[in-house]
Write a protein that binds this ligand. Structure first.
Ligand SMILES: [Zn+2]
Length: 367
């Protein structure tokens, strides 16, 4: 990088990282993890800010529209931001135990790292200046987020868009005669589903037939449920007679027959419904455990000792209040939420000290 003509510079990498962790936690805090990290260099502060914001949006899009995991986006407080950054933005998701999971971050690094590493460039007017940098990343921690957002007592629940297998077909038979007939019908159904190009030639339905012998259907169902396959299609002699297939959703466990006529389109539509229902359910759960306008700091303490959740409350901007709340309740400021998440009526006083609030903050216990 020498001239403004070389900017912006964008470097993306996927890397395995090893970090010392005193206490590890599967998927969330592991000694070694896979992450994606991006680094950019820009000619101006505003371009860097725009890039940091854009990547936060990219992460949010993936988390919400692919993982079906709703997030609150916003700005980290000074004490929670990445050391050396001007500003850190994050995506905060609520897990089913009402704790927050920081699922991804994006930093506007300003010129701090450029100055430390003498990262300079020649500007349009011929002077030398330090570059404006950003960095951003997500990791296999998102797998943990997915498990804890959607999983239930029967195992994983995978959003269709991310499921390696979206549909499992289980043929059901009682004797060898039926076995041949039903297995053939199951493969024929699979072929019909995978040949369908309604989502585009490169996004065929991902379908698996479980025709394993010597295994009861119930045991097969259990296994695929555990793995979180979004949709199961059961095919027995009676279904074949009626020219239909019996479907079972993994997310709601709702069962219903689907006619064979136009089956591919019906299945694709149902998968879309599952995808959006999973997001809506997770969002409704988050909102049910989000408190706005909490009565007092005592009420806040009681909530954090109890079931927890996201509390939208005022903050004076003081690090002392932030530290005190953390000390007394283990809750931290997850972010200063972006405008779309803020309460209709802005809180006027600090949750902790009662002084005039300078911002609304989201407080929660976090992983
Ligand atoms: Zn305060």
């Amino acid at each position: 990088m020498q001239s403004y003509r070389d900017l912006p510079l964008l470097i993306n990498q996927w890397a395995n990282v090893v970090r010392w962790e005193m206490r590890t936690r599967l998927f969330l805090r592991t000694l070694e993890f896979l992450w994606q990290e991006g680094h950019t260099a820009h000619a101006t502060h505003d371009e860097a800010e725009e890039e940091a914001r854009r990547m936060l949006g990219v992460y949010r899009d993936f988390m919400e529209n692919w993982m079906a995991m709703p997030v609150v986006t916003g700005l980290k407080s000074e004490s929670e931001k990445f050391a050396g950054a001007l500003r850190t933005f994050s995506c905060e998701a609520m897990m089913q135990d009402n704790k927050a999971l920081q699922a991804g971050t994006s930093h506007n690094l300003g010129q701090n790292f450029a100055k430390a590493f003498e990262l300079t460039f020649q500007t349009e007017t011929g002077e030398m200046d330090f570059a404006w940098n950003t960095s951003w990343g997500v990791s296999t921690r998102m797998v943990g987020g997915l498990v804890m957002t959607h999983g239930d007592d029967n195992g994983l629940v995978t959003p269709p868009r991310l499921a390696p297998i979206e549909v499992v077909i289980v043929p059901i038979w009682k004797n060898d005669d039926e076995k041949t007939k039903l297995t053939d019908a199951a493969y024929k159904l699979r072929d019909e589903l995978t040949a369908w190009m309604g989502r585009g030639a490169h996004d065929r339905l991902r379908v698996h037939v479980d025709a394993r012998d010597g295994m009861r259907s119930g045991a097969k169902y259990y296994e695929w449920e555990l793995q979180g396959v979004p949709l199961r299609l059961e095919l027995g002699p009676k279904d074949l007679e009626k020219q239909s297939v019996f479907s079972a959703r993994r997310d709601t466990r709702v069962k219903a027959p689907i006619p064979m006529a136009g089956v591919a389109e019906s299945v694709a539509k149902l998968l879309e419904t599952i995808q959006s229902d999973m997001f809506a359910a997770a969002k409704a759960r988050r909102e049910a455990k989000s408190v706005r306008g909490i009565a007092s700091y005592e009420a806040f303490k009681a909530l954090m000792e109890g079931e927890g959740g996201f509390v939208y409350a005022g903050w004076c901007g003081g690090a002392a209040c932030e530290a005190q709340v953390k000390e007394e309740t283990k809750a931290t400021i997850r972010c200063i939420p972006d405008p779309e998440f803020r309460s209709a009526t802005a809180p006027t006083s600090c949750l902790c000290c009662g002084a005039t609030a300078t911002a609304e903050a989201v407080w929660a216990k976090a992983y």
